[in-house]
Design a protein around this ligand. Structure first.
Ligand code: ADP
Length: 416
């Protein structure tokens, strides 16, 4: 007889149960289990009122269980955002479950009654009625302060180690480049072949350390950022100019496509073409890093065809994209592409080197400027990587540029 088929009042071996009499009935068993869980457990009714909270949950929230029961969840679990402002109702993951009926997980920051901020991990499960209405929601949560501290320590270790290792690797790369330079060294063809291989592996190692360093910084919010007003049309055009040579080396064609909803298209000769000015507020070096990464991937994974770098937008959004005619990405991999170390497992990625960090870094950078990055792809047809950034009106952009140049020429007036 399996463990699960055994009669409920019998213990293994057919002996009578050893549970004491006060734990025999189902309610008592349920209470004993819920009360002994260290994680928080909450049961909310359809009005968002706490119907049950276990002692573990009460401790995490800084309330007494009997005081919290019968009170609206919003008054007991007060959440704040990264700027320490109260989380708006529409952004509250618990209230979202009441609206969507979907289970989910979320990381939030709680502000306790004695004003301490505590990071929490929430697991949210709706209890649905016959008509799929949300009858109640169960929230299981735990304090992740220690976990976050460990993650920070790990990131610190990675950034220190990669920083230290990057320096000697850069020196090796430099000396190998000198050895390969015919003006300063003489090597025979066999030695040149070995040195070229060593040089390319060293470059790969250098890129890996650089990516590790950047991703560790991105994770703990230490990415440096010097945002400025950037006009995307001119910025991309200049960037694409530099891309032609790289792509042509592999026999790929590169084009820049400019098309906005309010572009005045004029094909007849003599008609002036007015292109909209797409202003964004971003660190140009970081943006260059992102677009170059997407372009390098397009070149790396596309054996033949075309790479298109595009720019479009509307009143509130500027959209850039990098499109290729490569092998495409399977649908099941698309949601994971921007995770750390994720690489699609196919013959192309096995033979083409990479770290799986590039797209993770791109996402972190774009999110820093309240943007969104995503991919669309069809296997056999190609991939498109999109970036949406908030658009600045021309008026706002000019005002910000004027203020910036004013603060440079009058450093006394500058606000830092
Ligand atoms: P990697 O260093 O492996 O290129 P990325 O984070 O830049 O790391 O990309 C993650 C994975 O996404 C890659 O390993 C590859 O499988 C896939 N990928 C990225 N860009 C493309 C592309 N343009 N075409 C096909 N696959 C791509």
């Amino acid at each position: 007889m399996s463990l699960f088929n055994r009669h409920k009042s019998e213990a293994p071996g057919g002996k009578p149960t050893t549970l004491p009499s006060d734990l025999q009935d189902e309610t008592a068993k349920f209470k004993a289990i819920v009360n002994s869980i260290e994680d928080g457990v909450l049961l909310l009714d359809s009005q968002h009122t706490i119907q049950l909270i276990n002692p573990g949950g009460a401790t995490i929230l800084g309330w007494k269980a009997e005081d919290a029961t019968g009170i609206d969840i919003g008054n007991v679990m007060r959440l704040v955002n990264s700027k320490s402002e109260p989380v708006k109702e529409q952004d509250n993951p618990i209230l979202q479950v009441f609206q969507t009926g979907q289970s989910g997980r979320s990381e939030v920051v709680l502000i306790t009654p004695d004003k301490k901020q505590v990071p929490l991990n929430l697991r949210l499960s709706p209890l649905l009625g016959k008509n799929q209405e949300v009858k109640a929601v169960v929230v299981v949560f735990n304090n992740i302060t220690a976990q976050q501290a460990e993650e920070r320590q790990r990131a610190d270790f990675i950034s220190t180690a990669s920083h230290e290792m990057r320096t000697p690797v850069a020196a090796i790369e430099g000396y190998l480049a000198l050895a390969l330079n015919e003006k300063v060294s003489t090597v025979d063809s066999r030695a040149r072949n070995y040195l070229e291989k060593a040089h390319s592996s060293t470059q790969h190692l250098g890129k890996l350390f650089q990516d590790l360093l950047t991703s560790a910084k991105a994770e703990d919010g230490r990415l440096t950022s010097h945002p400025a007003v950037v006009e995307m049309g001119a910025f991309l055009e200049q960037l694409v100019d530099g891309f032609h040579l790289i792509a042509e080396k592999k026999g790929l064609f590169v084009e820049f496509s400019f098309g906005g909803s309010n572009t005045i298209n004029a094909t007849e000769a003599g008609t002036k073409v007015i292109k909209p000015l797409y202003y964004v507020y971003i660190d140009p070096d970081r943006l260059r890093e992102v677009i170059t990464n997407l372009f390098d991937n397009a070149v790396k994974y596309t054996p033949e065809g075309k790479i298109t770098i595009g720019l479009t937008g509307n009143d509130s959004v500027v959209q850039m994209y990098v499109r290729d005619t490569g092998p495409g990405i399977p649908t099941e991999d698309i949601p994971h592409l921007f995770q750390k170390f994720y690489r699609v497992d196919n013959s192309a990625t096995r033979t083409i080197g990479g770290t799986g960090l590039g797209l993770f870094i791109c996402r972190k950078i774009i999110e820093l400027y309240n943007g969104r990055i995503w991919a669309e792809s069809k296997v056999g047809e190609g991939s498109s990587f999109y970036i949406n950034l908030p658009r600045l009106s021309t008026q706002k952009a000019s005002a910000m540029q004027a203020a910036a140049s004013n603060s440079v020429s009058n450093p006394v007036n500058s606000v830092s």
